[in-house]
Design a protein around this ligand. Structure first.
Ligand SMILES: [Fe+2]
Length: 183
């Protein structure tokens, strides 16, 4: 029997037509009724400001999914420094946008374009050795537990913490809450 690789047969995306195309959908009405629209958050600070996170860092919140305790943001460490030791209770996907970062516990360094995947149960300490620090986009699922330098539990941060972090800053600075952040 002759087998043909679906990869070599794959021709999509074939279009050069610059147009919106209607495609068949058996459950269009159901999707219209129950589906959740996607979202977009532009790059301006009015759409989502940099919210201070300690003296040397800030977080730009991008999405809050309260159904799944998932939150997306950019973490900005403004110079070389440390974000405290923490334990993950869920999965994290991160991409380094600028600068560099690493974990004291591992032997790699993430530069621009570097991809980081973290799994439940991991405990580590984020540092940047770069003079300009680091910007990390993160998609985080589930809570993180932060510990002090003696291993004492300090605080749990989850989607509710992140929403409160964003909203309290907006309230204090007269910035409208951007509904596009809430999935
Ligand atoms: Fe982490």
């Amino acid at each position: 029997m002759k087998t043909i690789s679906t990869i070599t047969k794959m021709t999509a995306p074939p279009s050069t037509a610059y147009k919106i195309v209607d495609v068949p959908e058996a459950y269009a009405d159901v999707i219209k009724l129950h589906g959740i629209p996607g979202t977009f958050v532009g790059s301006s600070e009015l759409e989502s400001p940099w919210v201070p996170f300690g003296p040397n860092a800030a977080i730009r919140h991008l999405h809050f999914d309260t159904r799944h305790n998932i939150f997306g943001n950019i973490l900005w460490m403004k110079s070389a420094g440390v974000i405290g030791t923490h334990k993950h209770r869920g999965t994290v996907v991160m991409i380094c946008l600028e600068g560099s970062a690493r974990y004291l516990e591992y032997d790699w360094v993430a530069g621009p374009g570097g991809f980081i995947y973290e799994t439940p149960g991991l405990v580590h300490t984020l540092v940047s050795d770069h003079p300009n620090g680091v910007k990390l986009f993160g998609w985080l699922q589930g809570p993180l537990e932060f510990y002090d330098d003696k291993g004492n539990f300090v605080e749990t941060v989850d989607v509710w913490w992140f929403i409160n972090h964003y909203e309290s800053y907006c309230r204090e600075h007269g910035i409208p809450i951007n509904k596009q952040l809430y999935l």
